[in-house]
Design a protein. Structure first.
Length: 130
């Protein structure tokens, strides 16, 4: 994937969240304006813009649309360090993670969390069924 664009309910709040969280994962601000931000890591870009006021419905991963975004880690230790970073920032982990998820693949070790609009995000190491 080259990039993904996300519409968010509160751009200022999401900018702060994604700059911090994705910054930890090696993403840098590539472009920023009053109504958007683009972050990238040299391979993939994530662009944020604020949804129009009449389109600010609540997201949920069980509804049609995106379920979650996953980022690759090189090791379990990297996932563990990132989970500690999330904890320090007051961002709760989901599903008792970080932990093994053998139903998803051999050595599939992940931490799941949510962005300010409740979009589920994941950092994973190990083999994926893809």
């Amino acid at each position: 994937m080259q990039h993904i664009s996300l519409n968010v309910s509160d751009l200022a709040r999401s900018k702060a969240f994604y700059k911090e969280v994705l910054g930890y994962l090696g993403f840098h601000v590539k472009s920023e304006g009053k109504d958007y931000i683009g972050l990238g890591n040299g391979m993939t870009g994530i662009w944020l813009s604020e949804a129009e006021p009449d389109r600010k419905g609540k997201l949920h991963r069980k509804n049609p649309g995106v379920n979650h975004l996953a980022f690759r880690a090189e090791s379990r230790e990297e996932v563990e360090r990132f989970a500690e970073f999330l904890k320090e920032k007051g961002i709760p982990a989901l599903y008792g993670s970080p932990r093994l998820f053998p139903e998803y693949g051999k050595d599939y070790y992940a931490v799941y969390f949510e962005d300010p609009d409740r979009l589920k995000l994941e950092l994973v190491s190990g083999e994926s069924p893809s």
